[in-house]
Design a protein around this ligand. Structure first.
Ligand code: TYD
Length: 147
């Protein structure tokens, strides 16, 4: 399955609010379109560097700016889109197949990542030149499937 930018979404996380504060809940398969197999978080993120710089073949991810603000730049081999994340009650849903770069825009920021699969190095494409080749073969495969 090939996902385009229209499949990338920023969704609201159901949140209860009262005078004590806020409580946000994400249920896998309900609030986001995949079951959660793994969570990890980026913290102590140096604002003068970037993370990411890779694509995934099968992995779905959800990104939540738990604290602070982030910029996530997605690239599909042709076009790129810029997303800004700065609320703990929204989640960026990222289907597989996009090259991504992640920037922290504030000190002390924490980015929660929800992942549909356990860690598998074989799911990564870490070289952009390889990614461009992967996209070409994947699109040929997709067209063949349609025919
Ligand atoms: P990586 O996904 O490359 O991080 P980033 O894209 O933010 O730079 O992961 C960095 C290192 O951590 C890499 O050696 C793989 C390892 N890692 C795990 O062992 N398990 C995980 O769940 C993740 C996300 C990374």
């Amino acid at each position: 399955m090939v996902y385009g930018f229209e499949s990338v979404k920023i969704v609201e996380i159901p949140t209860t609010v009262d005078k004590r504060g806020c409580l946000s809940i994400i249920e896998g398969g309900l609030d986001i379109p995949f079951n959660i197999a793994r969570i990890y978080y980026l913290w102590n993120f140096n604002t003068s560097t970037t993370r990411g710089g890779h694509a995934h073949k099968e992995l779905w991810q959800g990104f939540v700016a738990i604290h602070g603000s982030f910029r996530i730049v997605l690239n599909d081999g042709v076009d790129s889109m810029d997303y800004s994340l700065n609320r703990p009650d929204t989640c960026l849903i990222l289907p597989p197949g996009f090259w991504r770069e992640i920037f922290s825009l504030s000190d002390g920021s924490v980015l929660l990542v929800l992942a549909s699969r356990l860690y598998e190095e074989s799911d990564y494409i870490r070289l952009y030149a390889e990614y461009v080749e992967y996209i070409k073969t994947r699109q040929i495969g997709f067209e063949n499937n349609v025919d």
